[in-house]
Design a protein around this ligand. Sequence first.
Ligand code: BEZ
Ligand code: FE
Length: 288
Amino acid sequence: MALITSPESILDIALAAMQSTENQRLKTLISSLTEHLHEFVLENQLTESEFERALQFIVGIGQATGKNTNEVVLVADILGISSLVSTINNMDVDGGSYAALLGPFWRKNAPLCNWGESISRVDLGGQPMEVHGLILDEFKKPIASAIVDVWHSSPSGFYENQDRLQADMNLRGRFKTNENGEFFFRTIRPAGYPVPTNGPCGELLRAQKRHPNRPAHIHFMISKPGYKVLITQVFDSSDENLESDPVFGVSRQLVGEYLTDDKTGICKLNHSFVLQAGEMVFPAPPIP
Ligand code: BEZ
Ligand code: FE
């Protein structure tokens, strides 16, 4: 093995040491990551104290991750990496994406609900809301018997697992599409909310003078055997933070019309979703 002769010489020595990696995809990814990191250090002439600070940050991310919080996911989100991975893997014909981040709040096994049922399981006040949806395939044909798993924050901006005032599984539910590919549920209008700011990610956002507030949205995870699981969010068109989402999750296709009916005062959302053919693979739940 060669010996170091300059800062630049270290990369080739490191890459040579990785040559025997049997898993070819792992070899490609780690070699490429190593190349980019070396380039980054050289380009910025990283100092030893900056390096130490960066390592402390990564340790802090791990230490802040536990049963109810996932700071590892959050750092990928606030750097735009989660959105990038989601977009390149779910691109539509226009180069946009129907998919959006899973986020840290999805829970498996939300209650199975009937047509029109409300997922508001405790009285929190707020504006009543009705959501109608349509699930289509890529040829615009309706998909019957798809499972639509929904979850969202309360009118105060908290998910059920963050809030002692809410019942277990409040504002979460799973609905099945009818023979026309439609689903319908009742709920209360969600509010925007800050991403967690009590860990290293919050510190980074403050240093960057970025606000932590996500625009109001409803999460959807739509599945049916024979189709890729669609994980997405539909944002409230009236929210002032659509263009400054701290996790870069908003695309044009994902802005929904949250319209208030003047007569009833009910907020109504109508949205269509397109599933792509493929294997139905669910993500690992970020929280139990
Ligand atoms: C969410 O939409 O639930 C979310 C996404 C990224 C970070 C925090 C929350
Ligand atoms: Fe959310």
